[in-house]
Write a protein that binds this ligand. Structure first.
Ligand code: GLU
Length: 318
């Protein structure tokens, strides 16, 4: 972690300078990844290569910079929570969605049950497992998995996204904590769908195989107020994007969201598969680095995004 209030004097209109900054961000990511550890609580994720690292940037102006492992597929994991929330806002609306899940950072680990049992019947936000499972319980009443998959493909501008059966089976077999969450929600009478169907769709969405480029595209669409910059098609109402990006900023990086918000300052969402999507003012960024820190965030991804944010002045409060 480093921080300085000095504004670097860099000519960002110079293409070579932009490329140099991304090269440095990549090098920082590779270096940082050496001190991380791949997730192993889902057995299939333990097979990832901790040395993999890639970064992809896509700007509204149409520029793409991609370095390292940006085409290698990995499971989207918690980044699917962004897509599920977008679908819920689109198909059920703001009022209905947030009648069943709150908008508050929890400050707890992503899979915690603590506050759900002791503080509030409703999950704190859609970016933690309890909240995402609750959102999924609503979605099971209006969308099939295939429809959600199509929505994910459109949001990531990537027709190549597919269900990773190995990860899905691995999660289904070992996801007892998520099973506990869904039944706790049911026991409180707040769950909106059938528990096993809800869990199944939740696991499937976590098991979609994406790459760093699809995440950069997702970031770009969020940056572009929900509009596909190539086709001009609006995927959801621009107002919903504000809600999604706000929740990514406050809750998207697990119980590291506060520190990340200060040091990087870009609405982002991470997943334990090693991906991070970031939606800055003029660009989407996708990083892939399966070596994680203790909070479950990609350690290389955070290092790269810190560098990028500082040198390209991407902090939204700069
Ligand atoms: N499928 C994972 C779980 O529910 C997602 C966790 C994550 O990426 O934060 O445990």
């Amino acid at each position: 972690m480093y921080f300085t209030y000095e504004q670097p004097k860099i000519d960002l209109s110079d293409e070579k300078e932009r490329k140099r900054i991304v090269d440095e961000a990549y090098a920082n990511g590779v270096e940082a990844a050496k001190s991380g550890k791949v997730a192993d609580y889902i057995p299939e994720l333990a097979k990832a290569n901790p040395d993999d690292f890639g970064i992809c940037i896509k700007t509204r102006a149409g520029e793409t910079i991609a370095i390292g492992e940006t085409q290698k597929r990995f499971s989207i994991q918690s980044i699917s929570k962004v897509i599920n929330l977008a679908a819920s806002l689109k198909y059920l609306g703001f009022r209905e969605t947030f009648s069943h899940v709150m908008l508050e950072p929890s400050g707890d680990a992503f899979n915690s049950i603590l506050k759900l049992d002791t503080v509030s019947d409703l999950p704190f936000n859609p970016m933690i497992n309890a909240g995402a499972i609750q959102v999924m319980s609503m979605l099971t009443n209006v969308l099939s998995f295939d429809e959600l998959l199509s929505f994910a493909k459109a949001f990531c501008m990537d027709d190549g996204i597919y269900l990773n059966e190995e990860v899905y089976n691995s999660e289904s077999l070992t996801g007892d904590r998520n099973r506990a969450i869904v039944y706790l929600l049911k026991s409180k009478g707040v769950l909106q769908g059938e528990p096993e169907k809800t869990l199944d769709m939740y696991f499937k969405m976590c098991s979609l195989n994406v790459n760093a480029e699809s995440l950069a595209n997702l970031g770009l669409i969020l940056t572009n107020r929900g509009q596909n910059p190539l086709t001009g098609k609006h995927l959801i109402h621009p107002g919903y994007i504000r809600t999604i990006r706000s929740l990514m900023f406050t809750c998207g990086m697990y119980d590291e969201s506060g520190e990340y918000g200060v040091l990087v300052g870009i609405p982002s969402k991470s997943g334990v598969g090693g991906g991070i999507v970031a939606s800055a003012a003029e660009m989407g960024v996708g990083t892939f680095g399966p070596a994680l820190n203790k909070k479950g965030n990609s350690i290389g991804g955070i290092a790269a995004l810190e560098h990028l944010s500082h040198l390209m002045r991407l902090n939204m409060f700069s």
